[in-house]
Structure formats: structure tokens, C-alpha cells
Ligand binder design. Structure first.
Ligand code: GLU
Length: 406
């Protein structure tokens, strides 16, 4: 995050003072969460919430439950949220939270107690006008419902705008579940338009078959693209004639959330997916999967980053030398936080939008953001990634200058 921030700040000619303000998080909180496990033992989990910036508005960002969570990762992800919200021009600052745990090995009761304890510890941090959490890796609508309830109990009233990504009945927004994948589809099509790639003649590979990857694959398939490979934690699957994505999603649903044993494709090594001969590669799983180790073998013409930080900073240079176009994470996956913003707006209005309205408005925001970043990349003669940072940093820096410091 820092190396890209530095390059973009230099290209933009950012003042050193403002650079210093934006380079470190505004606040970081680490808590220790003792949880009674189902067997009666007490385990202590470490949780974090990092607020990178509130210059543009209340801070926004997901909460991750994952064994790899640590304060440095949360800090980088929090800053990414600031840039992401600024790129799509929504009135939020950036934050991120996380608990170091393995949700796959925990019962629903254990996850509930952990989620409630985490929310309780962050009661001074969270708030609809302060800091608004959302789902991320290892969390979803179920956890958001517990968070909303835990927070509301302390306020003596229902406050559904304190968290987004909630189940529909609790004030969740139509279109939120598929929003990140939909934004990946919209920005992928916009980039394909620039590269004159016709989706009907194009192939794609999608790493990660969770909320982001599966919807990105499905929506691109619906628009004519042949998705020849998908993968999840169980491995990668390949079919040169195109995988039936609907079938894969239905299979996953009936198979405990995993593609293990899926017979609509042949099994290949997980790492092979990234280096397949495809037009569009969509890493939609986790950080640092495209690195100097495998970047030389990547054959895609276009990479659309559904995940946060899937490409290591060192790999950027080789990607640019190879002429591969990257729609960077802070643009490509911003559809999720955009519809989170719509959810928050609807909650505050006490009103519900139709799915059609949500999709139309989020598609417009994603297309406009893409065009702005694309234009900036031409104007400054930089890759789209640096251009996205330039757009974001410029907005935050200008706002900071008007607001001023102490
Ligand atoms: N966790 C998602 C992200 O990284 C969504 C954040 C949100 O909706 O606030 O963009």
C-alpha cells in the first residue's frame, strides 16, 4: 500500500505535510477478547479496528475473521478503504477490523459470542456517524446481524445504520450480496471495451469462488464470456469449453460451501489457474497471489482485482513491462462498499430501494469511476493502479486542505 501511495503522491506532487497526514492511520485499537468455547474452556482472541482516515466522512470498512489477521494487515486494508471510498466518490473515510481466529473451526455459538464481544469492545469506536463496519473475509450477513443487535442493545434502540451487509429483513439492501462481483463485472467490461476485447470471444479465469468471485464469474458469463477456470479453497477446476457457473454455484451451495468434487470441470493445481492462457484474469480470493514468483508466467491481457491487494507491489513493474492492463482493487472491488453506502442511506431514510434502482446507481458510479481513472492514467501516463491512487489521494488531500488541521 505504502509503495503505491508514495509513487502516486510523487506523480501528483503532493505536499510533504499532507503526505505525512495520510501515511499513518488516525486511530488503532487492539482488544483482547476472552470467549467461552463450547467445551467450557476460555480462549482469548485478539481483535483490531484501525481507522485510517475520517477526512471525507465516517470511516467505513469490513471486519475480517481469519487466522492471518494481524495489525499490519489491518492497517494496510484500512488505508485501502480510504482510497477505495475516494475513488468511487462516496462520503466515507476508511477503516478495517479483524479478529485473528479460524471461523471454519468454530461453531455458530462461538462465532456469535466472539462477534458480540468484539462489538462490545468497539462500542466507543462504532456508530452510524463515526465508523461503520461491514462483512469481509470470514464474515457475512449472520455476523452483521449480531453486530447490529449488540450495538443496538447498548443504545436502547434499534440502530440498523451502524453496520452494512445485514440480512434483508434487518435493513440490508437488495443487491448488496452480489454488489462487489457486479462491480468487478462492470469494470471488467469497461476495460475490455478499451482493449477492444469482445466478451463473446473472450475467456476468463476466476480465483476464489466466494461472494466476489462467484458473482463476478456468473455475471460475466451472462454477458457472453467463457469462464474456463474457477477455484476455491478445495482447488482449481478447468473446462476449456467453459464452466457452467450457475451449476457450480448450486453445487457449492449443496456441498457445504465448497467446490470439492465438482464434476463440471477437471481438477487442476490451484496455482495453475493464475497462469492459464485467458483474456481476463480475476483474482478474487486474497492478498499477494500474483508475486515475482509467478508474474512472468501470467498470460492474461487484463487483470481485474476482485480481492484486496492480490498483486504484490514488486510484481507491478513486471506486469507493466508485459503490457498487461490491471483494473486495480481499489476501483474493481469498490462495488461492495458503494452498495454498503446505499444500504446506510436507505437505513437513514427508513426507506427501501428496488434492486433495479440499486444496480442502476451502482453501475453508474462504477462506470464513472472507471472512466475517471482511465482518463487520469492517460493524462499522467501511469498505469491504472497509480491513476486510481492519484484520483483518490487528490480528493482526500483537497478535502484536508479545506478542513485544515490544528
Ligand atoms: N469488506 C469490503 C471491502 O473490502 C466491503 C466494505 C464495506 O462495505 O464497508 O471493500
Amino acid at each position: 500500500m505504502m509503495s503505491r501511495f508514495k509513487i502516486a503522491s510523487e506523480a501528483l506532487g503532493l505536499d510533504e505535510e499532507v503526505y505525512n497526514v495520510l501515511k499513518s492511520p488516525a486511530k488503532q485499537v487492539t482488544v483482547s477478547l476472552p470467549i467461552t468455547m463450547d467445551d467450557g474452556s476460555i480462549r482469548v482472541f485478539e481483535g483490531h479496528r484501525v481507522i485510517h482516515s475520517t477526512i471525507l466522512g465516517p470511516s467505513k470498512g469490513g471486519v475480517r475473521f481469519d487466522p492471518g489477521v494481524n495489525i499490519n494487515e489491518v492497517k494496510a486494508l484500512a488505508a485501502w478503504m480510504t482510497w477505495k471510498c475516494a475513488v468511487v466518490d462516496i462520503p466515507y473515510g476508511g477503516a478495517k477490523g479483524g479478529v485473528c481466529c479460524n471461523p471454519r473451526e468454530m461453531s455458530s455459538g462461538e462465532r456469535e459470542r466472539l462477534t458480540r464481544a468484539y462489538t462490545q469492545s468497539m462500542i466507543e469506536i462504532f456508530g452510524p456517524d463515526r465508523d461503520i463496519p461491514a462483512p469481509d473475509m470470514g464474515t457475512g450477513p449472520r455476523e452483521m446481524a449480531w453486530m447490529m443487535d449488540a450495538y443496538s442493545r447498548t443504545q436502547g434502540m434499534t440502530v440498523n445504520s451502524v453496520v452494512t451487509g445485514k440480512p434483508l429483513v434487518l435493513g440490508g439492501s437488495l443487491g448488496r450480496t452480489e454488489a462487489t462481483g457486479r462491480g468487478v463485472m462492470v469494470t471488467a467490461l469497461a476495460a475490455m471495451g478499451k482493449l477492444k476485447i469482445n466478451p463473446y470471444n473472450a475467456t476468463g479465469a476466476v480465483q476464489g469462488f466466494g461472494n466476489v468471485g462467484s458473482y463476478a464469474a456468473l455475471l460475466l458469463e451472462e454477458r457472453g464470456m467463457k469462464i474456463i477456470s474457477v477455484s476455491d479453497i478445495s482447488g482449481a477446476y478447468y473446462n476449456e469449453n467453459g464452466i457452467d457457473i450457475n451449476k457450480a454455484i448450486l453445487y457449492r451451495e449443496g456441498n457445504n460451501g465448497s467446490l470439492e468434487g465438482f464434476d463440471g470441470a477437471e481438477r487442476i493445481e490451484g496455482s495453475e489457474l493464475l497462469t492459464l492462457e485467458v483474456d481476463v484474469l480475476i483474482p478474487a480470493a486474497m492478498e499477494d497471489v500474483i508475486t515475482i514468483k509467478n508474474v512472468a508466467d501470467i498470460k492474461a491481457k487484463l487483470i481485474v482485482e476482485g480481492a484486496n491487494g492480490p498483486t504484490s507491489a514488486k510484481a507491478d513493474k513486471i506486469i507493466n513491462e508485459k503490457g498487461i492492463i490491471v483494473v486495480p482493487d481499489i476501483l474493481a472491488n469498490a462495488g461492495g462498499v458503494t452498495v454498503s453506502y446505499f444500504e446506510w442511506v436507505q437505513n437513514r431514510l427508513g426507506y427501501k430501494w428496488t434492486a433495479e434502482r440499486v444496480n442502476r446507481r451502482s453501475d453508474r458510479i462504477m462506470k464513472d469511476a472507471f472512466e475517471k481513472v482511465y482518463k487520469t492514467s492517460i493524462e499522467y501516463d501511469v498505469p491504472m493502479r497509480i491513476a486510481a491512487y492519484i484520483v483518490a489521494i487528490d480528493k482526500v488531500a483537497k478535502t484536508y486542505k479545506y478542513r485544515g488541521g490544528y
